[in-house]
Design a protein around this ligand. Structure first.
Ligand code: ADP
Ligand code: ASP
Ligand code: MG
Length: 455
């Protein structure tokens, strides 16, 4: 673990889509930035709704739908632009971006590609950051717009690119660090650039990850994630209104939550934070006074049951083959096929003649393409009988020393009688117990479990 001590008290503040959705939201986020002199670097998502519209355009819309989608993007951004004291400063650039979007979406309607998708989608973050700089300036703050692609170099895995941490560190230290001394710097989450200079993205929700990576590269003292909930809860408060806020949580527990679907943090966000021991704070930009959750290197009385996470749209693959009986190397063969198709396995259970597995959807591609391709199914089918079950939901109970405690099974499964459990994974990790249920039952299962274990 690289426990480089923070060089400064500087903080990076990241604001998600709803926190920059409109003029009021941007001003509330500006209040948060200006209320803490330690915030020097600001990372933004696109204004709420814009990324989804851009993804739809990139998928190649019909002309009528396309013009509606373009109008919507323009409406969202102009609603902010028109309320600036001095809109002319950024109007030209916003107009240029809107023209670019129109041109690229025409190209996408003819032939779409993952590179084109990333190029199109990046305009959301480019526009929100331009507008936010102007909001800060009209409030007398010294603020500078910075193109994160200059420092966030990635591989060319469009849609879920992997950043190069060493290059980021070097470039951020030379290009960004000196700027932070002089003014507030506002930059884009989610986007990067590959070796040929083409734009890439880090997967949906990737702005959290950008903020954590920049926090690490610049040795900042904290990463603040400002969203629409005042912290990390025992489960998604939209699903269970009785969910309780967790005031302080260990990196490992929060990372498990993010991995297993707690949307409040992108799954990779905590990797740099753990690596460099940088605390992450999660709070609501709508209500900063409500406080939030601190994710840090803590071990104070970790509870047996910490939280419930829910990940929808899971696909279960069951592979049957009589050849598996007493055979050696079958699993290796299956895994090598999956690896060739760039799929990492998430959950797995095996029996004498079958394997059941789900696919890791961490860092789901920006275009939302399914990982299960015909080529993969054909190759697997040459080896064994393949069954595919879709629309399942993965429920993860996150906790501590789960596989060492007695009675966990009874407490959890004792209340699961009314539900069909398709698969259970327990024992490999001390921090989680996972199972699959039909998608339609997912919320009821979470509510039932939450009621029994947390309320
Ligand atoms: P942003 O656009 O700010 O990145 P997201 O929509 O990605 O915000 O994440 C915030 C949402 O995460 C919340 O509105 C909430 O519904 C959801 N969420 C899921 N699990 C949790 C949890 N355990 N605690 C808090 N929020 C959660
Ligand atoms: N705007 C991107 C998305 O909607 C990235 C983010 O918000 O973090 O996925
Ligand atoms: Mg998010």
């Amino acid at each position: 673990m690289n426990q480089a001590a923070p060089q400064s008290s500087h903080v990076v503040a990241k604001f998600g889509g709803t926190s920059v959705a409109d003029f009021e939201a941007m001003n509330r986020s500006a209040d948060v930035v200006l209320g803490n002199p330690d915030v020097r670097l600001v990372v933004l998502s696109a204004s709420a709704g814009v990324t989804n519209l851009l993804v739809a355009l990139a998928a190649g819309s019909e002309s009528e739908q396309r013009s509606y989608q373009l109008d919507e993007i323009r409406r969202i951004q102009y609603a902010i632009l028109d309320r600036l004291d001095n809109p002319s400063v950024v109007r030209e650039e916003i107009d240029r971006m809107l023209e670019n979007i129109a041109m690229l979406s025409e190209a996408a309607a003819l032939a779409t590609s993952t590179a084109l998708t990333d190029e199109l989608v990046s305009h959301g973050e480019l526009m929100s950051t331009l507008l936010f700089v102007e909001i800060l300036r009209q409030r007398q703050a010294q603020a500078e717009w910075f193109d994160v692609r200059k420092v966030m170099h990635t591989d060319d895995h469009f849609g879920r690119a992997t950043p190069d941490g060493a290059v980021l560190k070097e470039l951020a230290q030379t290009l960004l660090q000196p700027r932070l001394q002089a003014s507030l710097v506002v930059t884009q989450g989610f986007i990067g650039s590959e070796a040929k200079g083409r734009t890439t993205t880090l997967g949906r929700g990737g702005s959290d990850y950008t903020a954590a990576l920049l926090g690490e590269a610049l040795n900042l003292s904290r990463v603040d994630i400002w969203t629409d909930v005042p912290g990390i809860y025992t489960t998604d408060p939209r699903v269970v209104p009785a969910a309780k806020r967790i005031d302080k949580i260990a990196f490992e527990e929060a990372a498990e939550m993010a991995t297993f679907g707690a949307k409040v943090l992108h799954p990779a966000t905590l990797l740099p934070a753990v690596r460099s021991d940088i605390p992450v704070f999660v709070g609501s930009s709508k209500d900063p006074a409500a406080g939030g959750t601190l994710v840090c290197n803590t071990t104070e009385n970790p509870p047996l049951f910490r939280a419930l996470a829910l990940r929808r749209k899971q696909t279960l693959l069951t592979l049957h083959s009589l050849n598996m009986l007493h055979a050696r190397g079958f699993l290796a063969e299956v895994f090598s096929i999956l690896a060739r198709h760039d799929i990492s396995v998430d959950l797995i259970t095996t029996s004498e003649v079958s394997i059941a597995l789900t696919m890791d959807t961490t860092g789901t591609t920006s275009s939302g393409r399914s990982l299960l391709t015909t080529a993969l199914l054909t190759e697997l089918s040459s080896l064994c009988r393949v069954e595919v079950e879709e629309d399942l939901a993965l429920i993860a109970l996150i906790g501590n020393k789960l596989s060492r405690a007695c009675g966990v099974g009874k407490e959890v499964f004792g209340v699961m009688d009314p539900f069909n459990i398709r698969m259970i994974c327990y024992g490999a990790s001390n921090y989680n117990l996972c199972f699959l249920v039909p998608g339609a039952d997912a919320e009821q299962v979470v509510r039932t479990l939450h009621h029994n274990l947390f309320e």
